[in-house]
Design a binder for this molecule. Structure first.
Ligand code: ATP
Ligand code: BTN
Length: 275
């Protein structure tokens, strides 16, 4: 069942207020295994910057660390955007933060009074539950230039979730105060707002990465909190104090040492639960 309208290329063609984001190839599918996998293929074939892959129903969505992203048809806004940023290679991982900030901006614009926060490094949360996952993947175009496939899944219209994520997941509709919960945010304006904000945050990243990180720190659900860091080899507990200039999380452990946590390898959870 579709809880919100499909996004069609015809709708899209009329007036997107962006310079490059969403202005490359528009690849819309009724159903796909994964928009990230599809856009990676298109990028390898030379798709231009700003190309967008959207699907109504995603059957094999991926998260980090080989985990899956679950989405029911018509309830999640599911898309991937192709970035070809002119930034230093070491700043490429910061594109995830640019996307996280853009999701927060878009949700705040379209769904007041919701105040989304960023759970380091790649989730957006509302009231301590995850409403959006972001997966960025590096890929090379035919000329050998690095590109980033930025995949975003926003839970929009769910009223419930499968048991395995029911305690940690929420949707925009579920997080809305009672009076607003009858209104399902429309996916097209939400996507357009994301793309516009994404351009602004990518601009910020190329001009001044520290500014982007400071903006993310302001919206962080992780900083200043006690966390469990769950790594491949070891786990430890500490206080998330700051992010360094690479976006790594600096966690003060129980012995007082400041430990640098990289996003690729770990899960960071609150001591009492998800946050
Ligand atoms: P961590 O909290 O461990 O850092 P993560 O939240 O960043 O992990 P990923 O590592 O990217 O998540 O993996 C995806 C995870 O998101 C899944 O394991 C599942 O727990 C959760 N998940 C899957 N689909 C949804 C969804 N629609 N809404 C909210 N959470 C989901
Ligand atoms: C996470 O859970 O932290 C990341 C999930 C990312 C999901 C999005 S949905 C669109 C894109 N396609 C995928 O297969 N994954 C991303």
């Amino acid at each position: 069942m579709s809880l919100f309208d499909r996004i069609t290329p015809e709708q899209w063609a009329c007036g997107l207020p962006t310079g490059w984001a969403g202005k490359g190839l528009l690849d819309y599918h009724e159903q796909l295994p994964s928009t990230n996998s599809r856009l990676k293929e298109l990028a390898k074939q030379g798709a231009p910057e700003g190309s967008l892959c959207i699907c109504h129903s995603q059957t094999a969505g991926r998260g980090r660390l080989q985990r899956s992203w679950l989405s029911a048809a018509g309830e999640t806004l599911t898309f991937s955007l192709l970035l070809k940023p002119s930034i230093a290679p070491e700043h490429f991982p910061l594109c995830t933060f640019a996307a996280a900030l853009a999701v927060c901006d878009a949700v705040r614009q379209l769904c007041p009074p919701l105040e989304p926060l960023i759970k380091w490094p790649n989730d957006i949360v509302l009231e301590g539950k995850k409403c959006t996952g972001i997966l960025s993947e590096l890929v090379y175009d035919p000329a050998g230039n690095p590109c980033v496939v930025m995949g975003v899944g926003i839970n929009v219209a769910q009223h419930s979730f499968p048991e395995e994520i029911a305690r940690t997941a929420t949707s925009l509709v579920m997080a809305m105060p009672e009076s607003g919960s009858a209104i399902t945010p429309s996916p097209l304006p939400l996507l357009a707002a994301f793309l516009e904000s994404m351009e602004a945050s990518m601009d910020m990243l190329s001009r001044d990465p520290a500014l982007l990180l400071a903006a993310c720190a302001e919206r962080s659900a992780t900083l200043k909190r006690r966390v469990n860091v769950i790594g491949r080899e070891e786990n430890f507990t500490g206080t998330a104090e700051a992010m360094d200039e690479t976006g790594a999380l600096l966690v003060r452990d129980e012995s007082g040492s400041l430990r640098r946590v990289l996003s690729g390898d770990v899960s960071v959870r609150g001591l009492m639960g998800y946050i």
